[in-house]
Design a protein around this ligand. Structure first.
Ligand SMILES: C[S@@+](CC[C@H](N)C(=O)[O-])C[C@H]1O[C@@H](n2cnc3c(N)ncnc32)[C@H](O)[C@@H]1O
Length: 255
């Protein structure tokens, strides 16, 4: 089927608009937030991020056999690995994230629970693993900050044939009636939480970016089409409020 032409154009536009933010400001933001990341999310999303990510983790767990080898990309403070290991401690979980600060906080949380998570600090567009390594790859609340086609192809490369790709993010709502007030709300709440938790000047520069990045991102239907275009099959879409949050589970073909 191939990647639709308008998605290739949108990726060019996203890179032009946000490339500098991704390379310079995002690492600064995630240097700033590890200690208050969960609280900030809870305030900004009125608790819905934690509720949705638990639903996502349960859906992944239902599809994984014991001892499965899992990679969590852009793992941050290891939210998904910690949830998955609480459901099934036999899983072997690896993570990558660009921020040493977020990774350190995730490793602290794992050690507190006597859990082992194999973490590496690196860029999500170049995964340090051989082809066909994992039964599942997960990616939550981060693809808005990535060159998504490059990152998804890399994820496909490291998945074993038949392995699952579980993606969860705040997408562009498919209903304008929801999108317009939601993005206005998000703009205010990101500013409010940044002020409340005393973010640095660098992080404050990113306040408008979060809503802009969603406006130029994909709706749930477009995300499903993008996954199919890249070559994933059996694509399932699960959405909350037409895409305010949405997860997709898809599979790398057997051959
Ligand atoms: C909003 S946090 C999400 C963390 C985690 N997945 C979760 O659900 O809580 C986004 C994470 O993506 C990471 N990130 C952003 N761009 C990245 C890149 N190019 N390579 C690796 N990690 C990246 C950030 O460092 C940050 O930890």
């Amino acid at each position: 089927m191939g990647i639709p032409e308008d998605f290739l154009k949108r990726e060019d536009l996203r890179s032009q608009m946000f490339g500098d933010v991704w390379r310079t400001l995002i690492p600064e933001v995630f240097r700033d937030v590890p200690a208050y990341y969960d609280k900030g999310n809870a305030v900004a999303s009125l608790g819905s991020c934690a509720w949705w990510s638990t639903r996502f983790a349960r859906a992944i767990h239902k599809r994984l056999p014991p001892n499965a080898k899992v990679l969590d990309v852009c793992s941050g403070t290891h939210d998904i690995p910690l949830k998955l290991l609480s459901f099934d401690p036999t899983l072997e979980i690896h993570t990558v994230d660009g921020s040493p600060h977020m990774t350190q906080e995730g490793q602290r949380r794992a050690a507190e629970r006597n859990l082992v998570i194999h973490a590496q600090v690196c860029d999500a567009h170049t995964l340090p693993f051989p082809d066909n390594s994992f039964d599942a790859v997960t990616l939550q609340f981060a693809s808005r900050h990535l060159e998504i086609i490059r990152a998804f192809k890399e994820i496909q490369r490291v998945l074993k044939p038949g392995g699952i790709f579980c993606h969860d993010d705040m997408l562009r709502p498919s209903s304008r009636i929801i999108e317009v007030p939601y993005l206005a709300y998000l703009r205010f709440m990101v500013w409010f939480t940044a002020k409340l938790f005393g973010s640095t000047a660098e992080s404050m520069k990113c306040v408008g970016y979060f809503a802009d990045a969603i406006h130029h991102f994909y709706t749930p239907q477009e995300m499903a089409d993008l996954l199919r275009g890249i070559g994933f099959v059996d694509v399932e879409t699960h959405s909350f409020m037409t895409g305010v949050m949405s997860y997709h589970i898809s599979r790398k073909p057997l051959s």
